[in-house]
Write a protein that binds this ligand. Structure first.
Ligand code: SF4
Ligand code: SF4
Length: 103
């Protein structure tokens, strides 16, 4: 344990230095979390039964229903966790390695 760590023992929360400040509410939507992704969900919609499970389970809330009742991920926010592919009962979604930079 470093001396700095030892000095921090016994500190109250008011003594801590600020590390991150949220200056306005609702700013999370401006973060392009899709940049974190190493794999993207790819769909074979001919097997899709439009059950919406991928929509329900996506932890990012980035799966949207399309006009024809299928679902697709908004790659601006999709982090590539693969939960939608894991939960899909029809094996519609496969995770494929990202080949390009960005979204
Ligand atoms: S890979 Fe993860 S973040 Fe992307 S759409 Fe599927 S569940 Fe959502
Ligand atoms: S979970 Fe699979 S079958 Fe259900 S809507 Fe999503 S892609 Fe289609």
């Amino acid at each position: 344990m470093s001396n700095e760590d030892k000095d921090m023992m016994g500190m109250g929360w008011k003594d801590l230095k600020p590390g991150f400040v949220v200056t306005e509410p609702g700013s999370a939507s401006s973060y392009k979390t899709g940049d974190w992704r190493s794999e993207r969900p790819v769909r074979a919609n001919e097997r899709c039964i439009k059950c919406g499970i991928c929509y329900i389970y996506c932890p990012e809330g980035c799966v949207k229903e399309t006009e024809d009742g299928f679902f697709e991920a908004d790659l601006y926010y999709c982090k590539g966790c693969g939960i939608c592919a894991h939960e899909c009962p029809r094996g519609v979604i496969t995770m494929e390695e990202e080949k390009e930079e960005g979204v």
